[in-house]
Design a protein around this ligand. Structure first.
Ligand code: PLP
Length: 395
């Protein structure tokens, strides 16, 4: 039998710390490894496989579009791209869309758009204020935007134009604002650094400050968008509207796609300002259309809200039983369990052994981001594995 782990060591750049598991097949919330063993998947491609693995509506959209037209150039109009833009606008508070291929590309587009806005409307202002603990992507600009010094250090010097300020601290945003500032960029829930929930009124305070100063508010909804928090977009949960919003992870249900959306007044790109070879490709756009239509036609977000509440309640019961669990937090199906010691990896490996995939989001916390179509019986199974694992750790 081929040892894929050994082959990867030989041929792939050694830049990812992987879990020793080779996944070869998936269906719904289940995946199988190369030895035929089944796992319940509460990682879901890291908040990507919104409809689970190989959902029939995605497979059908891909098959049909692959037989019809795979790629043209953005010099031409294509039907799936326009349909996707229309669907996104009709179901959000934003007015215009540009489609790329990843979260990174969506966020780059958002920052370029904010800079164009600064040049045209804010006397050349170009700086973007971002939060400590944020994650916005791995291009050089987005590494600088991400408020994590350990991401910056290997690649210094950082591109100019980003100011990282303390999270959840409106005074920090205010004192970082100068006549160079064109936008504030934030995640509503910081996903990659621990499912860090904002103080309840923080997003509103940032919105008010941006309004007062004429700055753009960019919401990075790459992880929170498309139902993850139990609302189609995270901004709906916090009662604010962004000027610019980015989407990616859940949008394609596993197909690489990202989008930057903007209000009309912020959509200041002129012809020639921005483009992408593969962005809004017919196949990826057709898949995202199928995902969005499925979400809307089947009211998936209501289901996420209910299943998420059920999961949180079950996890809080576990917290009652096990003193080393310090916090259970999250919204919808973006959830973290934090411990009083750095046992995240140990918990992950013990879960893996028992057929459950979870993500270690911090040394002392795991994150659960299952497909959004799971039901209470999947939650029960996951929680019973966690219960066994926690009992083993306690004992
Ligand atoms: C994952 C993520 C990104 C980066 O997306 P990629 O597709 O990996 O480039 C950006 N922002 C947030 C909030 C994310 O969760």
């Amino acid at each position: 039998m081929t040892d894929w782990v050994e082959l990867e060591k030989k041929y792939y750049m050694q830049t990812i710390v992987r879990i020793p598991l080779t996944i070869v097949r998936g269906e719904g919330a289940r995946v199988w490894d190369d030895k035929g063993r089944e796992y319940l998947d509460f990682v879901g491609g890291l908040a990507v496989d919104s409809l689970g693995h190989c959902h029939p509506v995605i497979v059908k959209a891909l098959e049909e579009q692959a037989r019809t037209l795979i790629q043209t150039s953005n010099w031409y109009y294509t039907v799936p791209q326009v349909r996707l833009a229309q669907l996104l606008v009709e179901n959000s508070c934003l007015d215009r869309v540009f489609i790329g291929n990843s979260g990174l590309e969506a966020n780059e587009g958002a920052i370029k758009l904010a800079r164009r806005y600064g040049h045209l409307k804010l006397k050349g202002a170009y700086e973007v204020i971002t939060m400590m603990g944020s994650f916005h992507g791995r291009s050089l600009a987005l590494t600088a935007a991400s408020g994590q010094p350990k991401m910056h250090e290997p690649y210094l010097p950082m591109p100019a134009g980003f100011v990282n300020v303390a999270n959840n601290d409106i005074e920090a945003v205010k004192s970082a604002t100068t006549d160079r500032t064109c936008a504030v960029m934030m995640e509503l829930v910081q996903g990659e650094t621990g499912v860090n929930m904002p103080d309840k009124d923080y997003p509103k305070k940032v919105r008010e400050w941006c309004d007062r100063k004429g700055l753009l508010l960019i919401l990075d909804e790459v992880q929170t968008g498309i139902g993850r928090l139990g609302t189609l977009f995270g901004y709906q949960l916090y009662g604010i509207e962004p000027d610019i919003m980015t989407l990616a992870k859940g949008l394609g249900g596993g197909i690489p796609i990202g989008a930057v959306l903007a209000k009309e007044r912020a959509a200041v790109f002129a012809p020639g300002d921005h483009n992408s070879t593969f962005g809004g490709n017919p196949v990826t756009s057709a898949a995202a259309c199928a995902v969005l239509k499925y979400f809307i036609d089947n009211d998936v977000v209501s289901r996420v809200k209910k299943t998420g509440q059920y999961l949180m309640a079950k996890l809080r019961e576990l917290k009652q039983k096990h003193g080393f669990i310090t916090e259970v937090r999250g919204a919808g199906l973006l959830v973290a369990v934090e411990f009083n010691a750095e046992i995240g990896q140990k918990v992950l490996m013990a879960c893996l052994e028992k057929g459950l995939l979870v993500n270690r989001v911090k040394p002392n916390a795991i994150r659960l981001v299952p497909p959004l179509i799971i039901g209470n019986e999947d939650v029960d199974r996951a929680v019973s594995v966690l219960e066994e694992v926690f009992s083993g750790i306690a004992g």
